[in-house]
Design a protein around this ligand. Structure first.
Ligand code: UDP
Length: 321
């Protein structure tokens, strides 16, 4: 639960995860300034809190926001979620991905360190890259692919954000917490950025084929956005989380083929599940991850919280919108 009378800045607050975080912070009695350039975020995501006097929306890139130092100075916590969205964008627009992820984060870290305000940075499970481990832990070695495969620009730029954040913590005493978000799903997630669950739900609803890439035996663990937001807020409130990295994700592992079949079943759809070769789905040479499961022991130790929702509940809630 967010704290009453607290001031928050949420960059990327009109995005999918950001808008759920904004709702939770306002619901807890806080005031929120959203900075979002609405490039991939949308005002419609904030419709549920429209007209709320404790919400202020600044439509701008973080780097172009002249009042950023003042907004950050007035905040009790800054949540930095503004970023390039998804691996498809990294493949198609690597320059935009790298510049957005590096420049926006640097601007936030600089402003927060000048004001001495705590920051929560959102990184990504992508940084684990092609690691074959059964379960990913925050201090693992990372195995990222080569630079001629643009996909890895996303992971590398997020990893540089982490290095930069920890450098600010070390050299300037910035109270910063780094979170690695694993596959996060829920209402308002946009399938046009490649994310699998909204695509499957959209196809199942319309009776179209569900396109499962590769052999469909790759696995993921899905986390409902309400659990993600709860973890973010708890970490922001935990002094022991400062200067540390945390996984946030679900731990129920499912193959993508089984996910597709579950969506069809739970929605009572007549859609067919198709296997689509990777070369048809992505540019040639695309490397998908076979599996990806977080350890959330560190999160549980520091916050007493671990994501709770089952896959079935997650699919139902996401489909309800
Ligand atoms: N995927 C799929 N069909 C789609 C979109 C994605 O089979 O329409 C697969 C994708 O190849 C990956 C998994 O679903 O194995 C999760 O993809 P997503 O882009 O949601 O997340 P990430 O790859 O970052 O885990």
């Amino acid at each position: 639960m967010a704290s009453k009378n607290q001031n928050y800045v949420v960059t990327g607050g009109a995005g999918f995860v950001g808008s759920h975080l904004v709702e939770a912070l306002l619901g807890g009695g806080g005031s929120v300034t959203v900075i979002d350039d609405l490039s991939t975020g949308a005002l419609a995501n904030l419709r549920g809190v429209e007209g709320e006097p404790r919400l202020r929306l600044v439509t701008s890139k973080v780097t172009a926001c002249r009042d950023l130092p003042e907004m950050v100075r007035e905040a009790d916590v800054v949540f930095h979620l503004a970023a390039a969205v998804g691996v498809e964008m990294a493949v198609n627009e690597p320059r935009r991905t790298i510049e957005t992820n590096l420049d926006e984060t640097e601007a936030v870290l600089r402003a927060a360190s000048e004001a001495g305000v705590p920051v929560v940075i959102t990184s990504s499970s992508e940084v684990y890259g092609k690691s074959q481990k059964e379960e990913f832990s925050e201090s693992d070695d990372l195995l990222i692919g080569p630079p001629h495969l643009a996909r890895w620009s996303y992971a590398c730029s997020k990893l540089m954000d982490e290095f930069l954040a920890l450098a600010y913590a070390k050299e300037r005493g910035l109270p910063v917490t780094i979170t690695r978000l694993f596959n996060t799903v829920g209402a308002r997630q946009n399938g046009s950025y490649g994310m699998v669950l909204p695509r499957f739900i959209g196809a199942a609803r319309e009776g179209r084929r569900l396109r499962v890439y590769g052999d469909g035996e790759q696995t993921r663990c899905f986390c409902h956005v309400s659990d993600t937001v709860e973890a973010l807020i708890r970490l922001a409130q935990a002094p022991a989380a400062r200067g540390e990295v945390f996984n946030i994700g679900g731990t129920e592992e499912v193959t993508i083929r089984c996910l597709a079949e579950s969506v069809v079943r739970l929605l009572g759809s007549s859609s067919v599940v198709d296997l689509v070769p990777y070369d048809e789905a992505y540019a040639p040479g695309f490397e998908d991850m076979r599996r990806r499961r977080p350890s959330v022991e560190k999160l549980a130790r520091v916050t007493g919280f671990r994501p709770q929702r089952t896959l079935e509940e997650i699919i139902r809630r996401t489909a309800e919108g």
